[in-house]
Each structure stands twice: as structure tokens, then as C-alpha cells.
Write a protein that binds this ligand. Sequence first.
Ligand code: LLP
Length: 421
Amino acid sequence: MDHFTYKDGHLHAEDVSLRDIAAAVGTPFYCYSTATLTRHYQLFTQALSPMPHLVCFAIKSLSNVAVLKTLGNLGAGMDVVSGGEYLRARAAGVSGDKIVFSGVGKTRDEMALALNGGIRQFNVESEPEMRALSEVALSLGKVAPITIRVNPDVDAKTHEKIATGKKENKFGIPISRAVEVYAEAARLKGLRVVGIDVHIGSQLTDLAPFAEAYQKVADLTVLLRAQGHTIERLDLGGGLGIPYTRGNEAPPLPADYGALIQRTLGHLGCEIEIEPGRLIAGNAGILVSKVIYVKSGEEREFLILDAAMNDLVRPSMYGAHHDIEPVVQPAPAHDRASYDVVGPVCETGDTFAKARALPHLAEGDLVAFRSAGAYGAVMASEYNTRPLIPEVLVQGDQFAVIRARPSFDEILKRDTIPVWL
Ligand code: LLP
């Protein structure tokens, strides 16, 4: 469920008309709904309520500090994967003891930043990383709390670019070597083992791979405890999928996911941490764009928008589908046209949708890409020197620009000319 609906003939974000936001900030822009972010976060806390838990929002999916503050104020923890994300979480007022640090290539500088600033745990992904972290912690006179990310060799049945739990993937240590690696971790003076971490992939639309992975984590918990390790937290990663095609898909609900966690791991008495990104942010955001031209090709009609692959890369990168809706509500029985929806970037890959059936649209019309809150703004670039587009947050009948569109002056100023030129 989300809070983007037609009211009085226009698409609204909560009680604000997107036409009004477009008039105020120009297009294209991202727009997020506070009510949807809140609802999605609370679905997870409710789903996990029978167990001690912390829902750590995966900042990589949507990292604007205002969004993080919205979630942080509700009590959310944060999952970060870089020093920059750590600083974003802190800037949003989230305390270090609610931040987990994931990622396959944390640098020593990033480790020191988090150790000095305060951190709940590092999710360690390899033996060299574990040794480096111990050294960094000792050099600072600290002890780093860690989990070790195990790779359970489970097929997440998702897009190959976002599956992470198979043995050929770069993530975690093979679960078959966990005993050995935990034994070494226990010997390293700068580390304190607190639990186990697992994350098998993103946009999972079936609970079976989670069940398989979590069962393996349950068995491993028993095994490691028997060897004297303290396993008091289980970080289960993120990955629960969302419907991208409205009315057509019904991925599992957070409540079902929570029940599965309870069933497979509840008896162990551990604190459960999860790291959802997409399910909280995805359908809490849209991208609004304007039709620049409608161009008739020899075989196709092209809808050329002012948004492009640099603003929302998911269609060209993963072949992802995003529903597109006109901001002006179409008449109940309207004719449809078939459009190739494209951006202005000089690449054929700059295509959002092919042969998409949409109401007839004309120059100047506004359209909204649905489900663009997660992995939208955060993956944007300035390719073709197109400024990063603004982000807007709505709450009830208010809206605020939470990241402004940079001016060309600001963009050009970042380049510097060497003395010899
Ligand atoms: N935890 C870890 C360790 C992760 O690697 C990820 C996502 C998450 C949590 C959050 O997963 P989520 O709940 O959002 O599925 N750019 C791609 C998605 C990449 C996901 C990377 N890792 C996309 O646009 O589909």
C-alpha cells in the first residue's frame, strides 16, 4: 500500500498535488511519502514484535538524510555500507549503537570512523577484513563487536545482478568454513563475536530461499554456541521484494516473513536484526517527469521525457519494470497508445519501457514512475552533465525540498583547471 492516489483528477502524494510540486520545483524530481515510509517500517516492527528485534533500514536504497531522520525518529536502526553512509546516519541523529556496518570491502579508514563514532556491530565478510578490523580496533584501544556474514549457498531466485547468497558470489564466507573462521575471530584480541549475519539477495518474491537460509543459520547458531561462541544476535539481511506491477504481483507480506523468522529462529532467544531497504522505500517514492516531445518513428511512437537513465537507471541496468502513470487522471474509458518511453541521453539503452500501453499523452504532460523510491535517487549520476534531480518529501498537506537541484555553476565549479592549461 502507498499514498500516491488520484484526487480531484490529479495524482497526489498524500494530500499534495504533484502538479503543484512540479510547478514549484520543476521536473524531473523524486517525491517520497512520509506516511508510506512510516507504514512500511511499522509493518516490519509489528511482524517481529514477538521477538527482540531491531529493524535497520538499508540506507543504500534511499539515503537522503531527511528520510533517514523520518525513520530514525520512529526508532529505526540503520544498515550502512560505507563511511559516507555512516555519516549520513549520524547526521540524521541515529546513534552509533543502532548502526550496523555491512559491505565486502570496508577500508581501515571506514573502520576507524565507525569505531570512533560508535557502532553496534560490523558484519565482517572475510578473514583478511576480520584481521584488519582487529588491528584497527586495537590501535584505537577498542574492541569491535562483530558478526560474520555467512554465505549459505542458497539460490535466491532473483535477478542475477542482485543475488548474493550463492557460493560463486563475492559475499560472506562459505557457511561450510564458518567453524574455522569463528575460531580465528575468537582468538583476535580486537574483536568480540556477537552473532551471525546473512543476506541472500534483493527483490525476493518467494519465502522459500529465506527459509532455507535461515534454517542453516539456526543450525549454525547451535553449532557455534556448542563451541563456546556468544551468538546473541542474528542479522538476517534485507531482500523482501515488492510489487512493481500494480494489481499483478503479490509478493509475501512482512507479516509472513516475520512468521517465518519466528518459526525458524525464534526458539534460539537471539535478538533479530533485519536490513530491509526496498520494501520500506520502494513504493514510498515516485519519479515525476515531463513529456518533452512525442516523436513518431517509422515503426514506433516515442515518448521523450525529461528524465533519463542517469536519473533512474533500473530499467536500463536490470531490465526493470516501473509502472508509469499520467499525473492528470485519465478518463474512465480512455483510448490507449503504445509508446516507447525514452529519455534524452545519447544511448539506445536510455529506454524506460518498450511498447507500453498508456493513455494518449502530449508535449508538456507529466507522468509518474511508480516504485522509484528505492535504488532510484541513490543510483543517479550526472551523465550527459544532467544535474542530479531534486528530492521532495511530503507529509500530509506539506512538502519540502530535501535535496535541491544543483545549478550548472555549482556543477562546473567542481572541475578545476591544472596550472599548465
Ligand atoms: N543488506 C545487504 C547486505 C544488502 O546488500 C542489501 C542490498 C540490503 C540489505 C537491502 O536489500 P533490500 O531489502 O533493499 O532488497 N540496485 C539494485 C538492488 C541492489 C541491492 C543491494 N543490496 C536494484 O535496483 O534492484
